[in-house]
Write a protein that binds this ligand. Sequence first.
Ligand code: HEM
Length: 448
Amino acid sequence: MPNQPPTAIAEKPAGFLRAFRDDTIGTFGEIQRKYGDIVRMRFFGPLHSYVFYHPDHFKHILVDNNKNYSKMPAPSFVVMQPLVGKGLLTSDGDFWLRQRRLAQPAFHRKRLADFGRIMTSATTNMLDSWQPNQSFDIQAAMNLLTLEIVGKTLFGIDLVQDGGKIYDAVDLAGESIVKLSTNPLGMLAVRVPFVPTTRKLNEAVSVIDQVIDRIIAERRADPTDHGDLLSMFMLAEDEETGERMNDRQLRDEVQTMVLAGHETTALLLTWAFYLLAQHPDEYKCVLAEIDAELGSRTVTLDDLPNLTYIDQVLNETMRLYPPAYTMARYCNEPDVIAGYDIAGKSVISLSTYHLHRHPDFWPNAEQFDPERFSAENSKSRHRFAFLPFGAGPRQCIGNRFAMMEAVLILVTVLQRFKLQVAAGYVPELEPQITLRPKNGIPVSVTPR
Ligand code: HEM
């Protein structure tokens, strides 16, 4: 007899999916409180799913036995395929490894310095348009900024020039993907064009495709090396066959970087501005560090090692509000985790949001306290208790890019403006593909 982990059984066939759709984070939390750190979930028929919350289990799945845990066909990746195809985020095996090796050099340190200049200059341009006492949604502002940055740094293109057309389409596509991933028939529905959610998804994808196809066509017409990620992908040749990537593969990789590489960082910044506005003492420490290390001088990549408190603030922000709040896998062969049998051909969810608030590793977990991430306080912590960028071979390829971008934007904004959130405003969580505040976060700004 298999030694099953504690099992949560939905009262109605689609009960869990409905609960996850209505309140993903609350449902994960409730299941953990009731059943513990490994929970088996019965949906209907033979479909098994497991949720994990403990750092040892994250380590096992993402690192030690990662070969047994693929991305496909986990439902949340299947429903992403119309948008990102077989790009880095959703592919597996040798194909994924080849693409990962091709993309890696675009994120090396010597490239990051050039990216830094683009990041600060885009931020300065944005700030030039901010008016004293103006109120606006900081999440929307950060989204546009990071979309512009990912386009310019990795592909040498201006993704916001089309008046936010791509921005709206990515948003709409994300919404449809989340709807499909919490629908019991979503994996089938995504293949049926007349299902309303699938139709919406396909319409959004075709808007994005038009822009990306144009970019690829322009590059094909001028195939010299532009020194960016798009050129790396276009000029790379398969070692054995000499073949180059076709337009479809290029489109998938561009789409993947656009999806994975902008809203995540925008949310880190949004939540950081929100938390700082709520915590005046920590806000003061951030300003003191900026004044001591930089004054009004433009911040660069070389300043990062000296901005340790800001780094702690960003880490503490991602602990409380991890932009990638959950990770999914497909368990291929049966496995044993913490003495429990895990069935093969099952769907795995890793709840990063709850990992980051696990009471055994995070005392007063709800409290914002950047001191947790001081060198001293981090020493004895479990290495897998904090995983905003994942772990193992599938760890985020853009982690250093994102941290640099977040520091440069945060500093550049705070050098010039003070941000305030309306008194008493409490954002509601809206877990879409990433962890958003529902309806954004309204701020008002005054020059410093
Ligand atoms: C704060 C910002 C970011 C966060 C929190 C974040 C988080 C993550 C996480 C958790 C994963 C692993 C998912 C898994 O194992 O299932 C991931 C993968 C990935 N991220 Fe990020 N990310 C961020 C920024 C970026 C940026 C800026 C880029 C690109 C410019 C990027 C591109 C990617 C790609 C392509 C993958 C797939 C890598 C692979 O499987 O080889 N991310 N990200």
